[in-house]
Ligand binder design. Structure first.
Ligand SMILES: O=P(O)(O)OC[C@H]1O[C@H](OP(=O)(O)OP(=O)(O)O)[C@H](O)[C@@H]1O
Ligand SMILES: Nc1ncnc2[nH]cnc12
Length: 180
């Protein structure tokens, strides 16, 4: 199904002053209750990555899991979960970070990637880029290469996608919300 930016944006709802005053929260959950929207988003990523040489798809807790799991299934690639602190059993490596509306800590299981792995890192949204940069640190610390970062929404005014590009990370955002 051909990607239609207008259609996808008609599904994404903006909630003002949530979870904190001053934040315009871009709610992607209606995409998942709309089979056409879900198909359109998944197809856009399948089309982009079907012929690429990615070896793994990594994704970030929690909204990043939703599309990444379907994409990993479609592309038949192993899926690596990067989770909020305290959720993964066994030996983990963790990384603290700041995001648009708070602070948190991400973890990955030790040995989930290795040198030579070509990872597509997926999250739902790029704001300040703090979350993705922390995830990149966890993956590269174990020797993996970040082939590309993909997200449904980019908020370029918050500087995250530029910060990633400044760190030589390739970034693919499906749709963008710049200051309207
Ligand atoms: O670019 P940043 O400023 O770091 O913000 C982007 C992150 O913020 C949201 O995650 P959140 O921690 O709210 O988690 P959730 O997916 O569990 O709702 C979103 O899903 C991204 O991961
Ligand atoms: N403005 C925003 N909307 C939805 N998720 C977010 N994560 C960080 N900033 C966000």
């Amino acid at each position: 199904m051909l990607y239609d930016d207008f259609y996808i944006k008609s599904l994404i709802k903006t909630v003002e002053d949530w979870p904190k005053p001053g934040i315009s929260f871009r709610d992607i959950t209606p995409i998942f209750s709309d089979p056409k929207g879900m198909r359109m988003v998944v197809d856009a990523y399948v089309h982009r990555y079907i012929a690429s040489d990615i070896s793994h798809i990594a994704c970030i807790d929690a909204r990043g899991f939703l599309i990444a799991a379907v994409l990993a299934y479609e592309l038949q690639k192993p899926l690596i979960l990067i989770r909020k602190k305290g959720k993964l059993p066994g030996k983990t490596i963790s990384q603290k970070y700041a995001l648009e509306y708070g602070e948190a800590e991400l973890e990955i299981q030790e040995g989930s990637v290795k040198a030579g792995d070509e990872v597509l890192l997926f999250d739902d949204l790029i704001a300040t880029g703090g979350t993705l940069l922390a995830a990149i640190e966890l993956l590269t610390e174990q020797g993996a290469n970040i082939k590309e970062v993909a997200a449904i929404i980019d908020l370029p005014d918050l500087g995250g996608s530029q910060k990633l590009r400044d760190n030589n990370i390739s970034v693919f955002g499906l749709c963008a919300y710049a200051d309207e």
